[in-house]
Design a protein around this ligand. Sequence first.
Ligand code: LLP
Length: 415
Amino acid sequence: MDYFNYQGNTLFAEQCAVSTLAQQYQTPLYIYSRATIERHWHAFDQAAGELPHLVCYAVKANSNLAVLNVMARLGSGFDIVSQGELARVIAAGGDPSKVVFSGVGKTSEEIAYALDKGIYCFNVESEAELERINEVAGNKAKIAPVSFRVNPDVDAGTHPYISTGLKENKFGISIEEAPKLYQYATTLSNIAIKGVDCHIGSQLTEVQPFLDALDRVLVLVDTLAEQEIHLSHIDVGGGLGVCYDDEQPPHPNDYAKAIAEKIAGRDITLIYEPGRAIMANAGILVTEVEFLKTNQEKHFAIVDAAMNDLLRPSLYQAWQNIIPVEKRTEGTDKSYDIVGPICETGDFLGKDRALNIEQGDLLAVRSSGAYGFTMSSNYNSRPRVAEVMVDGEQSSLIRERETIEQLWQGEHLLP
Ligand code: LLP
């Protein structure tokens, strides 16, 4: 559930009329709802019940400082994949000792930075990475806390680009080979073994693949215990899906409960890394219709947002609902492709959408809070858009719209 609802014919973000925000901050514009973020975060936190647990929000979903700060205030942990994300967490008031560091390609510089900041643990994805972490920690006379990301070879049943837990994927280490690597880690003097983690994919709409993966991870935990390697946490990754269209993903409560039940009775901390489930439906992208155009049989609404602002439809053929900010009471629906001004056929936000619209109308692309702004770019030399967060009747500009001059900041002419 989120806080983007119509009051009469007018779309509101919490208690703010979206049309007023669009007027104040211009379009295209990302709008996030603080109450929605908090509600979703609490759903994960509460569902684990009495079990020791940590919600490590996946920063890649939306890394705006204000978003991170809202979660830091709730006591959240964070899942990061780069030095930049860790620096953001710290700048937003997040606690580095609640940070897990994922990703297959951590550089020595990133590892050193994370060690200096005292993160909770590195999610290690290969033997070579383990050796690099050991070496960097050794140079600093520090002990690096690690967990191994295992690949349980479970089909998440999601889009191939966001499925990560199969043997053919680049992520993690095969679960069969994991005990060997844990044993090796015990011989390294600057490594402390903490846990195990897995992340099998994103936008999962069933609980079963998570439970299948967890079953395999628990077998590993028991095998390791027999070898006197005792883990203090299991990180189940992120991946819980959201409703974009008519999907019926499990509620975070049911998902987290099912996982907690499997772990109950073990003296182990549970870590989640949700990104999308917290942020997707906590944000919308507001865009204005620049022109309506008809080619042969096809109607187009050319809007001021484009694939550089919201890449998901172009990259994954992702479907996100597109709704009017003010519902028209007269006129009829027509079927439109909602397209941006970028010079690519793949530049669309939605296809074949039944809408009753005119030039100048505002549209809201729903479920844009996750992997929206963070995947945006300056393609076609388009300044990145502004971001606003609403909190009841208040709205705050949390990222200024880029200026034209910023487009070539850091670029140099030849001497
Ligand atoms: N943990 C790890 C190690 C991950 O790789 C990811 C996402 C997450 C947690 C968070 O997953 P979530 O709860 O958000 O599903 N750009 C794509 C999604 C890519 C997800 C990458 N990894 C999209 O827009 O659908």
